[in-house]
Design a binder for this molecule. Structure first.
Ligand code: NI
Length: 135
């Protein structure tokens, strides 16, 4: 019986949406306030969905303590209170949109979860805007 479990974590981070290949005017037009040169912050939430068979011996899809540990060590400790553009390798040359943050988080977490389990990442940038990866 395939079952999904979810774990949510939070991190606060600053970013600036900017494409160096575009002019300042184009960046301003596309990204608006999010292009503000002095950065701005978000209270991000990451929700990780893990889907798989319930293991008979434990009754678990995945031990939530292990999932929490993976998220804490590799996402929260990495990105919390960071400037994503300036302080991280991942977003040095990647625009830190919620879409790209979701993909980067997926790439970090995927190899740490058993291959028999499906993984989806949700990044909430605001209460109303969130992204799913992979779709
Ligand atoms: Ni923003």
């Amino acid at each position: 019986m395939r079952t999904s479990v979810y774990r949510k974590e939070r991190f606060n981070a600053a970013h600036r949406l900017h494409n160096p290949l575009l002019s300042d005017a184009q960046n301003q037009e596309i990204f608006g306030k999010c292009n503000n040169p002095n950065y701005h912050g978000h209270n991000y939430e990451i929700v990780v969905k893990v889907t798989g068979d319930v293991v008979e011996q434990t009754g678990y899809v995945i031990d939530m303590k292990i999932l929490h540990k993976i998220l804490h060590e590799h996402i929260v400790e990495k990105f919390d209170h960071c400037n994503l553009n300036l302080d991280t390798e991942e977003f040095k040359n990647v625009n830190p949109t919620a879409e790209n943050i979701a993909r980067v988080c997926y790439e970090i977490i995927r190899p740490k979860i058993d291959a028999s389990l499906d993984l989806k990442i949700y990044i909430y940038e605001t209460e109303r805007n969130y992204v799913e990866f992979p779709a």
